[in-house]
Design a protein around this ligand. Structure first.
Ligand code: PMP
Length: 433
């Protein structure tokens, strides 16, 4: 529409060219699973601001909590004063994050900051420098977290040099395993390679932390096999290494449990959370073993904005709602509905190589040929373009940028969900024609 066109021109003139956008949608307002643009079009949101709004756009409990807090104080600073919402939110996370041991929580403003803090605290606690991360990982865009991130061309090209003492290991991707391995043999192979890497890349006695996304996010919604997570836990126990689970994208009830790692039963030492825990407000958290979180000296952690009261009350209201059986069941329901439809599409369309994910964290991977699995990035983009034109917001993912990921608000209605899936199915058919 004309208003959108004008604002997109202003965006191009005023904002840096490197700030990408997966759609040309210019927003007027958003509510639940719906977004309206400035030209009066209504869209269904399957991107959720990149997994920010599991509880939907503007959930009433969150809006009310923010309004209440606005009348009290906006900022006095956690480095200067104490305020109850911060305490209450930390106490809640300390209670609901798995692990039968004392925990403490530090708040920050973005996923990157949470990861940065977790790694630095692990280094302080272990008095060791090295960090192990994985191929396909995404942990953020600050120097340390970008150094931990994989996928060179899109995220890292031109920004070096990177932080030191980072070692990247192979991470299982069952869809792209060699054909001559069964799934179990492939996981065995990945575990063997992990042991080899502890000889060829880095000595375990110098490793502070192993950081992993239990379901890889930007990498293409790749669930890490349970046995691989158990292997990491074992290596961490043997060598006194801190196990950090990055739940920034997979957490907050997306997969049907509060954290995605809960599906494996593996207990991490530290967890990073962000995105949907704040329903869109800038807040992130590191929750971990109390003795680790207490390691840095007095004054060694914190930030001016960290634990902003408005963001904290929003997060408190959000997490209380997410951590209920009803919400987590709804996640599973939404996931099942999407998975069923996508599997039917995969049978029908030769361009769909894989449908995977846990709970409502699902992805469809487009390939030029089901057998060779050659990634088809342009196809994914074409489907997104057509879908947006027909009222559905979508985003890509994957090391080869050939996947479309599903991150709809969990509060979406069945009708909206199926309407959205119809749009995608028609878009795929049209792109194929
Ligand atoms: N970790 C993971 C797993 C993520 O998906 C992201 C964001 N996509 C981050 C960290 C970084 O979060 P932020 O963009 O809030 O800094």
């Amino acid at each position: 529409g004309p208003k959108s066109k004008e604002m997109l021109a202003r965006r191009a003139a005023a904002l840096p060219a490197g700030l990408g956008k997966s759609t040309e949608v210019v927003v007027e307002k958003a509510e639940g699973a719906l977004v309206w643009d400035v030209d009066g079009n209504q869209l269904i949101d399957f991107a959720g601001g990149i997994g920010m709004v599991n509880l939907g756009h503007r959930p009433q409990v969150v809006v009310d909590a923010i309004k209440d807090q606005m009348d009290k104080y906006l900022h006095t600073g956690a480095l200067v004063t104490t305020f109850e919402p911060y305490l209450e939110f930390a106490e809640l996370l300390n209670k609901i994050i798995p692990g039968d041991f004392p925990k403490k929580t530090l708040l920050a403003c973005s996923g990157s900051e949470a990861v940065e803090n977790a790694v630095q605290i692990a280094r302080y606690y272990t008095k060791r420098p090295a960090v192990i991360c994985f191929e396909g990982a995404y942990h953020g865009r600050t120097l340390l977290t970008l150094s931990l991130t994989s996928k060179y061309a899109l995220f890292k090209k031109g920004f070096g040099s990177y932080a030191q003492d980072i070692y990247r290991f192979h991470s299982p991707n069952v869809y792209r395993k060699p054909d001559n391995f069964t799934e179990e043999e492939y996981i065995d192979f990945c575990i063997e390679r992990f042991d080899q890497n502890l000889i060829s890349h880095v000595d375990p006695s110098s490793v502070a932390a192993i950081i992993i996304e239990p379901v890889q996010g930007e990498g293409g919604f790749i669930p890490v096999p349970k046995r691989f997570l158990e292997k990491i836990r074992k290596v961490c126990d043997e060598h006194g290494i801190v196990f950090i689970a990055d739940e920034v994208q997979a957490g907050a009830g997306r997969t049907g449990k509060f954290l995605s790692i809960e599906h494996s039963g593996v207990i991490p030492d530290m967890v990073t959370m962000a995105k949907s825990i704040g329903s869109g407000l800038p807040i992130s958290a590191v929750t971990g073993r109390a003795e680790m979180m207490d390691a840095p000296h007095l004054g060694g952690v914190g930030g001016t904005y960290s634990g902003s009261p408005i963001a904290v009350v929003a997060a408190l209201a959000t997490v209380k709602q997410i951590n209920t059986p009803e919400f987590l069941e709804k996640s599973v329901h939404v996931g099942d509905a999407i998975r069923t439809r996508l599997n039917t599409m995969a049978d029908k369309f030769s361009c769909i190589g894989d449908v995977r994910g846990i709970g409502a964290m699902l992805v469809v991977e487009f390939v030029k040929d089901k057998k060779t699995k050659e990634p088809d990035m342009d196809f994914a983009m074409a489907v997104i373009k057509k879908s947006v034109a027909n009222g559905l917001i979508l985003i890509r993912a994957g090391l080869y940028t050939n996947c479309i990921r599903f991150l709809p608000p969990i509060v979406i209605t069945d009708e909206q969900l199926h309407e959205g899936l119809d749009v995608i199915e028609n878009a795929i058919q049209e792109v194929l024609n």
